[in-house]
Design a protein around this ligand. Structure first.
Ligand code: ADP
Ligand code: MG
Length: 262
């Protein structure tokens, strides 16, 4: 390439790249061209390098968008989950869920355990893993979902709201059992579960053993129907033991005592 061509930006290039929605081409073409020239690489290699940068950038932006759309209350990862804190916990089942295969199968997952045992942490981490696979995920607490459905019904938009949630491949329903629903709320949650059953995946976290779900749904038949649909194709994992926060606080307390024994 002549010196003139090297320093002169091709006419319309940036505008055309913008029109074609190729931001990585626009950002990197000049630098990658210099590198290709220095490395005596072919035009095809140059084009391949730029195309790869574009694809990688697009993938990263899509993952970031999926994570934002999921509305996680906080970001947690599997790497940050201390599996040793619960030796009896089924780690391989969690890693299997992290592959997202259950979402392809339209199956569900239930994380069952006491307060502070890592249910929400794991649910978010599994949600992020699904986002990284490019899947559409939505995190919501059971109480928020019920309120959203009650409000939608009040303005005659229930089916639109159910449609909105059904767009996500995985809905994470956090904290089922913390707040009991009234009859109308329980009915709507039942409509939701029926709507997504075998079409979408649900990941439910709950502090209540199935035998006690009738307390939240205020009706044994409704509870049984919901459990039946959720558990029909589900991996059920029990997070056990003492609250991690409590254990962590005790550990820190013990360390402080070691440092200052008085
Ligand atoms: P739950 O939803 O079961 O009440 P959380 O997932 O909110 O509990 O956990 C409470 C806190 O303890 C969070 O900050 C979480 O990141 C942390 N935590 C719980 N279990 C673990 C664990 N095994 N490894 C690392 N952090 C944990
Ligand atoms: Mg929680």
């Amino acid at each position: 390439m002549s010196a003139a061509a090297k320093h002169c930006e091709p006419v319309h290039l940036l505008a055309d790249l913008r029109e074609l929605k190729l931001p990585a081409f626009a950002e990197h073409y000049s630098r990658v061209a210099d590198e290709a020239r220095r490395g005596h690489r072919t035009h095809a290699d140059y084009l391949a390098d730029l195309a790869h940068l574009e694809v990688t950038g697009r993938l990263e932006r899509r993952i970031a968008r999926r994570i934002k759309d999921a509305r996680f209350p906080i970001l947690k990862t599997l790497d940050a989950f201390d599996f040793n804190a619960q030796p009896e916990f089924d780690r391989s089942a969690v890693l299997e869920l992290a592959t997202g295969a259950y979402i392809d199968d339209r199956a569900n997952a239930v994380l069952l355990g006491g307060v502070g045992t890592g249910k929400t942490h794991l649910a978010i981490a599994l949600g992020i893993a699904a986002c990284q696979q490019g899947r559409r995920v939505r995190f919501i607490t059971a109480a928020e979902l019920t309120t959203a459905l009650v409000e939608a019904k009040a303005v005659d938009r229930l089916s639109r709201k159910l449609e909105y949630f059904a767009r996500f491949e995985l809905v994470i329903l956090d904290e089922l059992g913390y707040v009991p629903f009234d009859r109308a709320g329980a009915d709507l949650l039942f409509s939701f579960v029926t709507r997504v059953y075998e079409r979408r995946s649900l990941l439910v976290t709950t502090n209540l053993a199935f035998g006690r779900w009738s307390e939240v749904f205020q009706d044994a038949t409704a509870a049984a129907a919901v459990i039946d649909r959720i558990v029909h194709h589900a991996t059920v994992l029990q997070t056990g033991g003492e609250s991690y926060r409590l254990k962590d606080a005790k550990r820190r307390g013990a360390r402080r005592k070691e440092v200052a024994p008085n």
